[in-house]
Design a protein around this ligand. Structure first.
Ligand code: 1Q0
Length: 212
């Protein structure tokens, strides 16, 4: 997946690899999936760099935990939550002693995964001449927008206007023709939904859905 054109198929496959038989979410493939998505986003133009910079910063925080001294604790989302909560390593009220906990960092990516799910579903089912910026704006308003201040929402909405047409989009996915791209999305989406659902349930159980 390094260098040259790459296919969104491989990127999305990472989210399939994430889920273990015990229905735990492996952080390694989860972060590889995000890395791949960011590469894709960068390919869409410099106007999206304020988004990819934030995503990369969050991926890097997580990669440093996953490659650090306590890497065993960061093998899965479940082990991370257990470890950070039992060690008092999560700021629950406001960011102070642990501003960059794994729990709060993954929560941001998790919310963005919901946007991705809605956006890809929209692309998959839209008419051929549908506007991708409208699909993207709708998905954003139904998910991430609720967590963003006005300026970020404004900047995001402006950037979305620069998105290419649906067909051009399906082509940059690099999985073949539009029909194949639609089929690939149909195969990949259940796995994204699954990862989202498991994470959502885990975070709800531990009251982590509003971490500052
Ligand atoms: C295709 C267009 C991409 C649009 C992505 C939508 C997300 C918009 C988000 C804009 C916010 C970015 C600015 C930073 C916000 C942070 O304040 C916020 C909260 O963090 P914190 O630390 O301040 O509490 N951060 C986030 O909400 C995280 C946002 C991460 C966004 C990751 C997006 C990665 C996108 C990948 C695009 C893949 C496109 C694939 C589509 C393939 C279809 C052919």
């Amino acid at each position: 997946m390094d260098g040259g054109a790459f296919s969104l198929r491989e990127v999305l496959a990472a989210f399939q690899t994430c889920v273990t038989e015990e229905r735990e979410v492996l952080l390694g493939p989860y972060l590889r999936g995000w890395r791949g998505l960011v590469r894709f986003l960068n390919g869409l133009g410099a106007i999206f760099s304020f988004i990819s910079k934030d995503a990369v910063a969050k991926i890097q925080i997580m990669e440093s935990y996953c490659g650090g001294e306590r890497r065993e604790e960061y093998r899965t989302l479940q082990s991370m939550v257990r470890y950070e909560l039992s060690g008092g390593l999560v700021d629950l009220q406001r960011r102070s002693a642990h501003p960059d906990s794994g729990c709060r960092t993954v929560l941001r990516l998790h919310r963005a995964l919901r946007w991705l799910q809605l956006f890809l579903e929209g692309l998959r089912t839209a008419r051929q001449d549908a506007s991708t910026s409208a699909i993207c704006t709708d998905s954003y308003n139904a998910s991430l927008a609720a967590y963003h201040p006005w300026v970020v929402r404004k900047a995001a909405t402006v950037a979305f206007c620069a998105l290419p047409s649906r067909d051009a989009f399906l082509e940059v996915m690099n999985v073949g023709g539009p029909d194949e791209a639609v089929e690939m999305l149909g195969d990949a989406l259940p796995h994204i939904r699954d990862v989202y659902g498991i994470t959502q349930e885990l975070y709800a159980q531990h009251h982590l859905l509003d971490l500052p």
